[in-house]
Design a protein around this ligand. Structure first.
Ligand SMILES: Nc1ncnc2c1ncn2[C@@H]1O[C@H](COP(=O)(O)OP(=O)(O)OP(=O)(O)O)[C@@H](O)[C@H]1O
Ligand SMILES: [Mg+2]
Length: 512
């Protein structure tokens, strides 16, 4: 079904792709896809995990060649051989996986490949002062006031994502492409970004935007192109494609998106035993004297803004960082969580926020990636055999709907959302007593998100404790039995599950 509509204006598209096809060995990632992008619009490219969105962007920007198809910029046929060439043609891209240099400074990352120079002809020294100043200005536009001379790796994933966006914005281009730029940003940062994007749109830029947050599509975009299984479903004005119709177009059928809720919402009275407790747990500069408990089968959400100490608390509990004061106990016994391997042995699991840096090993297969943490829990010996690994991985591929040719495919070849599902599978496979989820559904499509949250809720009902961290406050409120609210790296209070987003924000703001 291909639905064509009239152009939003009489003008010709800035960018027009037709019949673009890309095959990866056994996977047909794109087949005969068309896309039209006009000046002065924000255009959403939508589809489930593995639909072909990132592949389309990569083919367009020369990351890899298309098998065939026609791509035109201002009516001229183009074929970028590299991202740099695409950039020179006037297409600036922020890729899904932030591809910056962690060891370089923030400013160097923003200006990589085009450092400002100064001096008489021939002198050509790098103009550091100008580079720092302009980096600061760009980031201020996004409301981010950080030291641009520090290395990128010293900042959180969200900050790194903002830096990638700043870089994209700083390249003067006709076409700006953003592949899931908001996956780890807070509402406030997202609003900032929209402000900037709207400005650019009004100045005539053509913007292509990929997201799994449907609300963002309606808040920002003018038109939508939907892909499913590498095929074009249609091109629609936002006003003509409502929420449910959009989901149906992506998924290929109607689905109910009734929210999953926590187990204990409906098991009043019962109070299972406390599994893990902390007393005045402290790490200077990261978390301040936190008292925290979690019971078997309980889902505890961490409410707080970016930088409030959510991830830092998770890292302490999982032995990734050491505390400098305070105590952690499991089943009432004091424990020393001095390394992740100790934590894993004691029954903890942490599904990390940064799947690229702390999650996947791109060269290893889906099977090996899934078996990794379970092997760590069992110790190095006996090794989990290949057949056992395959059975394990096959099970999770089915349960979580991981889209892959088979479990022996290198995980780096999966789409972003499917890599995320495999990382989650790795930690579920250890059958932990406490599962810590840091932004677990980052980059996961609406349908899959529902299935994953349901799966997690089922495990909680069977007794697994879950510590849930998400930038999506409505999700935290919905799935948690109890919400521990953090501000400035300290605990400021607790709220019962099922409260409102506003109540959490009020407590964060200190108005409760
Ligand atoms: N380098 C590669 N080698 C082999 N297969 C690939 C490669 N890159 C992508 N694919 C496959 O192409 C298909 C489309 O993937 P793509 O990354 O474009 O999806 P996506 O729509 O961006 O999904 P997501 O929302 O999860 O990011 C998937 O089946 C994926 O496994
Ligand atoms: Mg993608």
């Amino acid at each position: 079904m291909t639905n064509t509509i009239k152009a939003p204006s009489a003008a010709a598209p800035v960018l027009e792709l037709s019949g673009v096809t890309k095959q990866f060995s056994s996977v047909r990632a794109l087949s005969e896809v068309n896309l039209r992008l006009f000046a002065g619009e924000v255009h959403a490219l939508m589809g489930q995990n593995g639909a072909g969105k990132s592949t389309l962007i990569k083919v367009l920007t020369g990351v890899f060649p298309a098998d065939h198809g026609d791509m035109r910029l201002n009516g001229q046929s183009i074929r970028a051989a590299s991202p740099l060439e695409a950039q020179e043609l006037g297409i600036s891209t922020v890729y899904q996986e932030v591809n910056l240099c962690p060891n370089l400074s923030v400013a160097e990352n923003i200006f990589a490949g085009r450092y400002p120079r100064k001096g008489m002809a021939g002198a050509w020294a790098i103009d550091w002062a100008r580079m720092y100043r302009e980096s600061r200005e760009l980031l201020t536009r996004l409301n981010l006031n950080i030291d641009v001379t520090q290395t990128l790796s010293s900042y959180s994933v969200a900050v790194q994502q903002m830096v990638a966006i700043a870089r994209g914005l700083s390249i003067s281009a006709q076409v700006l492409i953003l592949d899931e730029p908001t996956s780890s940003l807070d509402d406030e940062e997202v609003e900032r970004l929209y402000g900037v994007l709207r400005q650019l749109r009004d100045q005539g830029m053509a913007i292509l935007f990929v997201t799994h947050f449907l609300d963002q599509v309606y808040a920002l975009c003018d038109r939508i192109t939907v892909l499913r299984n590498g095929e074009l479903v249609g091109e629609y004005p936002v006003a003509e494609l409502g929420h449910n119709a959009l989901i149906a177009a992506m998924v290929g059928r109607e689905i109910a998106t009734s929210p999953s809720t926590s187990a204990a919402h409906d098991k009043a009275g019962e109070q299972p035993a406390v599994w893990l407790a902390t007393k005045a747990l402290n790490r200077r500069g990261h978390v301040k004297a936190i008292d925290f408990t979690i019971r078997r089968g309980e889902v505890v959400g961490l409410g707080g803004l970016l930088g409030s100490g959510r991830t830092e608390l998770a890292r302490l509990l999982f032995g990734l960082d050491r505390s400098d004061a305070g105590e952690i106990s499991i089943n009432g016994k004091s424990v020393r969580l001095d390394s992740p391997s100790t934590a894993i042995r004691l029954g903890l699991a942490l599904c990390p926020e940064d799947r690229k840096a702390e999650g996947i090993i791109a060269e290893l297969s889906v099977r090996e990636n899934i078996a990794l943490a379970l092997q760590a829990r069992l110790g190095l010996w006996p090794a989990i055999g290949r057949i056992q690994q395959t059975t394990l991985a096959d099970g999770y591929v089915k349960a979580l709907g991981i889209k892959t040719a088979d479990v022996n495919t290198p995980i780096g070849q999966l789409s972003g959302g499917n890599q995320q599902k495999a990382v989650l599978a790795r930690w579920l496979a250890t059958q932990p007593s406490l599962l810590i989820l840091d932004e677990p559904t980052r980059g996961i499509d609406v349908a899959a998100k529902q299935e994953i949250m349901n799966e997690i809720m089922t495990l909680a009902k069977q007794g697994m404790a879950v510590l849930f961290i998400s930038s999506e406050m409505d999700e935290v409120v919905r799935v948690s039995d109890r919400i521990v609210v953090l501000r400035d790296r300290a605990k400021v209070g607790e709220l019962p599950g099922g409260t409102s987003d506003q109540a959490v924000y009020a407590m964060i703001a200190g108005q409760a």
